[in-house]
Design a protein around this ligand. Structure first.
Ligand code: HEM
Length: 234
């Protein structure tokens, strides 16, 4: 008698990929807002930094908390990337088949998947640079030290590209998870899908605008430090 044993591993791995992606996307949704505190002035960003260092809880700064948080994020990032890499077309032939499929169907959701592959690939190289820096130098975060890193440490080009990649990747990812796991499906599937797509577009635009505004604020403070009009203690 022939018995077929179907492994559940692919389903578990797929769930784990989605779950780690969900946690990372939620982190980014918060991260860009916390970091935008600079738009309310250096003092607001300073207070945010103190909050994450546990100052309001322990009465003194513990930058190690940021190191622990960054290590958790790094681990999630590695697990998520390792699981996602299985699905990237790995040969020219696979890629060509997918492109022909995409052209033939002109289906927006299939093209969104390609956006995720491309932004995910870019983040393989960009994100670890930033996360490692945060993990290794947690006490060098703050309105002036961050601004100095952005300008004099030449981080702004990396942040500019990373911002577009991470916002697209996170929101497209959330949209695809919502479809896959049936969140907000409602009674009328077509209608809710259309509404979700509108929320997706609006969120991407909003987060890119907030991110660009924050980055400009860091650059502006960083330039003031560089030309000597603002002094930073070493
Ligand atoms: C716990 C880990 C993390 C911490 C503590 C952290 C902290 C920060 C801080 C303080 C800044 C301001 C600039 C600076 O100080 O250099 C910044 C900027 C930025 N971070 Fe992170 N970050 C973390 C993880 C991530 C991850 C995982 C991503 C994306 C994959 C990311 C994407 C960005 C981007 C795109 C910017 C520039 C944002 C803008 O243009 O407004 N960060 N981060």
């Amino acid at each position: 008698m022939l018995t077929t044993h179907r492994s559940r591993a692919p389903a578990y791995l797929d769930f784990l990929q989605g779950f780690t992606g969900l946690l990372l996307a939620l982190f980014i949704v918060g991260h860009i807002l916390f970091e935008a505190s600079i738009l309310f002035g250096p003092d607001a960003m300073e207070r945010m930094t103190l909050f994450f260092e546990g100052y309001y809880l322990f009465g003194e700064r513990h930058p190690a908390i940021v190191t622990i948080l960054a290590a958790i994020i790094f681990t999630l990032f590695v697990v998520h990337a390792a699981l996602a890499v299985r699905k990237i077309p790995s040969t020219w032939r696979q890629y060509r088949t997918f492109r022909n499929h995409m052209k033939r169907f002109r289906h927006e959701d299939t093209s969104l998947w390609m956006v995720q592959v491309m932004t995910g690939f870019a983040m393989f190289f960009l994100a670890p640079v930033h996360i490692y820096m945060m993990m290794a130098n947690p006490s060098k975060i703050g309105p002036y030290l961050s601004a100095q890193r952005v300008v004099e440490g030449w981080m702004w080009p990396l942040y500019l590209v990373l911002l577009f990649c991470v916002v697209l990747h996170a929101f497209v990812g959330l949209y695809r998870l919502a479809l896959k796991w049936g969140w907000f499906e409602g009674r009328n599937y077509r209608k809710s899908r259309k509404a979700m797509k509108q929320i997706l577009r609006a969120s991407i635009v909003l987060y890119i605008v907030i991110g660009l505004a924050s980055l400009s604020a860091y650059v502006s403070i960083g330039l003031d430090i560089k030309n000597g009009s603002v002094k930073v203690e070493p």
